[in-house]
Each structure stands twice: as structure tokens, then as C-alpha cells.
Design a protein around this ligand. Structure first.
Ligand code: FDP
Ligand code: ZN
Length: 304
């Protein structure tokens, strides 16, 4: 931090957005600091329970969820707090609700025991139980817990990155991040033996055109790498036995798709833009191809 550092709070204020939205994003950033501290406490214990998608939970998954829930629900204009860790949303019971918030509290938590990077993903929506689709999203952000803790957000006015400095403030690292037309890396989720022939041909095409494999198994760091390197493609396709893929629309895909579009990239399930996919249920999954335009268009050609 130095005398030129721009604090997240100040940057949000200068963006001229709704004061309640500003406070909400700032509150989530504070929750992110607590989660970052939680992870530094070497918190690797299994909870012995499963989340709404029947995935094993760690103590850290549950604690991150509680931190976010308690801090978000305490804002008196929040309607629903929905979490990937819980089957149903928590309704806040405030008089004049303005926003609903959907979070993946600790994405990639299966990587905690091997000390790889993990993240928190947040989508901010109008005060409704279930939006019709991702176009209703108001703002989205992720927090990446790596060697540095970073926060990347958009309110529909560009994509901005902040770094948590030792003094405890998120300070501006880059504003208006833009991806190029094409990149050089690819992150292919799912087991190759479970891929469909069309998806396999698409990935083989990327390999044949000298794309470099970059896959950590954590959606947030894998997507962040593509964004920060200026392009490339992350995919988690529909698999032979699970055509809807693995990743969840409301908690993971709408927020990242909104960020990606704001950075000049795009996201699709192969047939339609991710943000246009209708949401029928809270924990709905969808295939995802997300990154710079060239690769996403190529994916669409193979999947059509
Ligand atoms: P995880 O199960 O560790 O939470 O959200 C699910 C996720 O991780 C993403 O972070 C990641 O992109 C994906 O699953 C990885 O899945 P595979 O292990 O099937 O590659
Ligand atoms: Zn996740």
C-alpha cells in the first residue's frame, strides 16, 4: 500500500453505483478477508456432511458459508441468501428488500488439502427467489485465495481487480480488464473418457493449434488465469452420463459469464449464451465454454 493506493471502498464510490449495492460488495469483501484468514489457519478437516449437490463438505466450506450468510443477511435490504452449500435459500425477512445474493462460499475446496488456490464466487441479483435467467444479474465478483488474495468484480461497468494488502485493505491492481480476441491456453474439465465425441474433437483442435494445457481443478483460479492472461478457454462440458455437466448456473456460471462478457469475452453451453439459459431450479447445472471469443466460437462450431 502507498499514498497512491485506491481502496475498493473509494473505487466503488467513484463508480457512482447504488449506495446499497456498494455496501453489499464492500461487506462481501470483508467476509473475503475473514475467509482468507480461515484458510491460513490450515483448516483442512472434513465435516463428515454433504452439501446440496451430495459433495463432501470440509469444516472450511461450512465456516465460509456461515461467515458470508451472517454478514450478508444482516444488511437490511437483502432478500434471499442462497448458497451452493445449502438446499434452500435463507430468507432475510427485511421490509424493503432490494437484492438477493447467491454464493459458492469455497469453490474448489477439494484442493485445500494439497495447498492449491481456491475461491469464493458471488452473484448479486434483484430481490427474487429465483431469477428467470442470468441477464438479470446486477453484479458479480470472485475472491481468489492464492499466494495473494484478490477480488475481481463487475457491476456492468467493466471488470476490476483488487489485491488484499498486508494492512487489510483491498487496493486497486487493474481497472477495465479486457481479453483479446483469442488466447493461448485451455483448461478442460471432466474426465476425457466421459467427454462426448464433439467435445473431444474440439479439444483436439485446440491441442493441434498449439494451445497450452493449464488446469488446476479450481474454477476460480482456472478462470482467473484466462482472464488475466488476456484470453483462452475454460470448459466443463456436458458428459456422456451427465449431459448437464458439473458446474452450477446460479452460483458459479452466471457470475463468471457476466464478468467474462464485461471483459470482452463470452460464455456458452454450446448452444446459447450462458446468461440466457433459463433457470428452473436453484442448483441447476449447465455445460460451460467460457473465455475469449475465438475459442468460444470454435466450441460452438463443434457442438452445433
Ligand atoms: P470442487 O469440486 O473441488 O469444488 O465447483 C466444483 C469444482 O471443484 C470446480 O472448482 C472445478 O472447476 C471443478 O469442480 C473440477 O472438477 P473435476 O475434478 O471434475 O475436474
Ligand atoms: Zn464450486
Amino acid at each position: 500500500m502507498n499514498h497512491n493506493s485506491v481502496f475498493l471502498r473509494k473505487f466503488l464510490y467513484d463508480e457512482g453505483i447504488d449506495a446499497d449495492l456498494r455496501r453489499l460488495i464492500h461487506t462481501i469483501s470483508v467476509a473475503g478477508k475473514y475467509i482468507s484468514a480461515l484458510l491460513q489457519a490450515a483448516n483442512r478437516k472434513a465435516a463428515g456432511t454433504q452439501n446440496a449437490s451430495a459433495e463432501d463438505q470440509l469444516e472450511a466450506d461450512k465456516q465460509a458459508d456461515i461467515i458470508l450468510r451472517d454478514m450478508i443477511v444482516a444488511l437490511d435490504y437483502v432478500y434471499d441468501y442462497a448458497s451452493e452449500e445449502q438446499a434452500k435459500p435463507v430468507r432475510a425477512q427485511h421490509k424493503n428488500p432490494k437484492f438477493s445474493v447467491a454464493v459458492d462460499p469455497l469453490d474448489g475446496s477439494s484442493l485445500i488439502d494439497v495447498n492449491l488456490a481456491v475461491g469464493t464466487i458471488v452473484g448479486i441479483y434483484p430481490a427474487e427467489e429465483l431469477v428467470d435467467n442470468g441477464r438479470q444479474i446486477v453484479a458479480s465478483l470472485y475472491i481468489l485465495y492464492g499466494p495473494l488474495t484478490t477480488l475481481v468484480y463487475t457491476t456492468g461497468k467493466g471488470v476490476h481487480e483488487f489485491v488484499l494488502c498486508p494492512e487489510g485493505e483491498f487496493v486497486l491492481a487493474q481497472s477495465n480488464i479486457q481479453m483479446k480476441e483469442a488466447g493461448k491456453i485451455y483448461s478442460p474439465g471432466g474426465l476425457r473418457t466421459d467427454w462426448t465425441p464433439a467435445h473431444r474433437q474440439f479439444i483436439d483442435d485446440l491441442i493441434a493449434t498449439d494451445y497450452k494445457l493449464r488446469y488446476s481443478g479450481g474454477l476460480v483460479p482456472d478462470f482467473n488465469q484466462i482472464l488475466m492472461k488476456g484470453g483462452g478457454l475454460f470448459s466443463y462440458p456436458g458428459l456422456k452420463d451427465t449431459p448437464e455437466g458439473k458446474l452450477r448456473l446460479l452460483f458459479e456460471l452466471y457470475p463468471l459469464a457476466f464478468l467474462c462478457e464485461q471483459a470482452g469475452g463470452c460464455a456458452t453451453d454450446g448452444l446459447q449464451p450462458t446468461l440466457d439459459i433459463p433457470l428452473k431450479k436453484l442448483h441447476q447445472r449447465a455445460p460451460i465454454y467460457i473465455g475469449s471469443r475465438h475459442e468460444v466460437e470454435k466450441a460452438k462450431d463443434y457442438l452445433r
